[in-house]
Design a protein around this ligand. Structure first.
Ligand SMILES: [Zn+2]
Length: 562
């Protein structure tokens, strides 16, 4: 695989996060030694029934785990850490070390408790200014502002030049519970000479500058001021800054705060222990204490802003929550959905809440991606500060990567040095140029469904989609062992296709066809080619049903010998 030409080049291999939002995972390889940056997951698309998450494909690392010099983590958002428990068993070897900030480490380890029987996960704590030597690489971490504290960008010193991974970031002069962006530090890094800048593209299609956390707080306060009753704010469990803001504002207005939702409770707990969240004594109460206070003194912060079925807000809205029920006078703050295609679910949730006489504020700035990511001006500024030889937009849909590439050109990066990459590509790079190899490494979706990782592939998914669209049609027929002919009348069972009782004629015709196919296919002496027979029934009945109904149910023949 390695020849002279590529020997003194660095290989940059994105396994996820390019052309999609989430599932971030990047490999930096030099002479066979591999540095892994982030191990994130993403949410499934709307047409993936039953799929919980999509994780990176690590086929490229198969048999090479001993070459991994370390796994470095930028921050504690699930699109950067979420796949760890699913991939750790495959990534693991006795010397595998992770590196993460205190908060990211806390979140990872806490979540790991839900996955018993995993190999031991060793995470070393790093912080702003930490420098670690990992094989041929030297990684220096630097603080970046985002909507979760303890977020680290990194400059990776390699034998061929410096590479920067910005992590998710925005420039914020007035952040919440955090220091403002340290431009001096960023400029000093840029002055070292940067071979490659890999920068967060999530906000690349948005004009101007992202809102400061202070501004977001002001907007939230407006809603709080206007709400005489209880406030029920649904947001993301990892959006630590937003949770903090709502707590602080609630304290300002004398409200007690209830945290609802398993993941949110545990994140708040970790943040408090590690000092990333500040609450006054007595602010946080349990949900069964709500009735001790007037409605005007209660804020409930919960999960479920996307209409997730099992999340706290859904349970509250549908009356299934143990202690919290909606009532007139409540005010629900809903953040807009992250996943394109989830809008309908959120709409249904919203309508369901409104029907109960409750006010709903749909506040987009509480979205995990809005507000947390640098926009046009910040992205250009980052490029100017780092002034890299090459630019690789990361973290984002393809259109975001392209938009970010345009910003790079505007910021003085020559077009030929702007690399719009895709997952699975192998980018070979040094200061003399770069090439993208013809062959790709595996980067297709690995889907998580319940306990299964990767066992639901394209075929299973296609079946599910077909079942969801046109249902299924089972034909049970008995064949006489002696004659090879159908015995009795075939049984038909269908789900999600047509209402059988009202389709008697269709069924009658189908039965006749089935009998015909079987009798024609089986030999006169009773010899039956089972595979051929089943295929014949599948194809011919499939065609027939389509001709009659313009639908394509999954046809399942069950043939018994009697
Ligand atoms: Zn993030």
């Amino acid at each position: 695989m390695m020849n002279k030409q590529t020997q003194n080049k660095i290989r940059v291999i994105p396994l996820g996060g390019l052309g999609e939002v989430g599932r971030n995972m990047m490999l930096i390889e030099y002479q066979g030694k591999i540095l892994v940056i982030d191990v994130g997951f993403r949410m499934p698309e709307e047409d993936m029934p039953g799929i919980d998450f999509i994780v990176p494909n690590i086929g490229y690392l198969k048999g090479r785990t001993k070459d991994i010099v370390g796994v470095v983590i930028t921050h504690g958002h699930y699109d950067h850490i979420g796949a760890i428990p699913y991939l750790l068993p495959k990534l693991w070897h006795p010397h595998l070390e992770f590196y993460a900030s205190a908060l990211a480490r806390g979140i990872i380890l806490k979540r790991q408790e839900e996955f018993p029987g995993q190999p031991p996960l060793r995470i070393n704590e790093v912080k702003d200014g930490s420098v670690i030597k990992l094989g041929p690489f030297e990684v220096e971490f630097f603080k970046q502002n985002h909507n979760i504290p303890d977020n680290l960008g990194m400059v990776i010193k390699t034998p061929v030049g410096n590479i920067i991974d910005t992590s998710d970031f925005k420039f914020d002069e007035s952040p919440v519970n955090d220091k403002p962006t340290n431009f001096e530090k960023l400029r000093s890094i840029g002055k070292r000479g940067i071979l490659l800048l890999m920068s967060d593209s999530t906000g690349a299609e948005e004009e101007n500058h992202s809102l400061s956390e202070k501004t977001i707080e002001k907007n939230l306060e407006e809603i709080l001021k206007k709400s005489p009753g209880r406030i029920i704010a649904a947001t993301f469990s990892s959006l630590i800054n937003r949770i903090q803001q709502i707590i602080t504002l609630s304290e300002k207005y004398g409200r007690k705060v209830v945290i609802e939702g398993h993941s949110m409770k545990s994140n708040v707990e970790i943040c408090k222990v590690l000092g990333y969240m500040k609450t006054k004594k007595g602010t946080l109460i349990k949900s069964n204490e709500i009735s001790n206070y007037p409605d005007s003194k209660i804020t409930i912060i919960c999960t479920g802003a996307q209409g997730e079925e099992s999340a706290a807000l859904m349970r509250i809205a549908t009356g299934e929550h143990r202690t919290i029920h909606l009532k007139k006078g409540d005010n629900v703050i809903l953040s807009s959905s992250v996943i394109p295609g989830n809008e309908r679910t959120v709409q249904v949730l919203k309508d369901g809440i409104l029907r109960q006489g409750v006010k709903v504020f749909h506040y987009k700035m509480m979205d995990i991606h809005a507000g947390g990511h640098g926009q046009e001006e910040e992205l250009k500024e980052m490029i100017k500060i780092m002034n890299p030889q090459y630019f690789l937009p990361i973290h984002g849909q393809y259109s975001m990567l392209v938009a970010h590439g345009e910003l790079a050109k505007m910021s003085g990066i020559p077009e030929k040095n702007v690399i719009i990459g895709e997952n699975g590509q192998i980018i070979n790079l040094n200061n003399k140029g770069y090439t993208i190899e013809k062959g790709k490494v595996p980067s297709n979706y690995v889907m998580v469904d319940g306990l299964g990782i990767g066992d639901v592939g394209e075929v299973v998914l296609r079946d599910r989609q077909m079942l969801a669209q046109d249902g299924m049609f089972v034909i049970v027929a008995a064949i006489d062992r002696q004659t090879g002919k159908v015995k009795g009348s075939p049984d038909i069972i269908s789900r999600g296709f047509v209402y059988l009782r009202e389709s008697k004629d269709l069924l009658k015709e189908t039965r006749k066809k089935v009998i015909g196919i079987i009798n024609q296919t089986s030999g006169s002496n009773g010899v039956v080619n089972w595979t051929y027979l089943k295929d014949e029934i599948k194809n011919k009945i499939g065609q027939f049903l389509f001709y009659k109904t313009q639908r394509r149910p999954i046809v399942i023949p069950v043939i018994l010998e009697v």
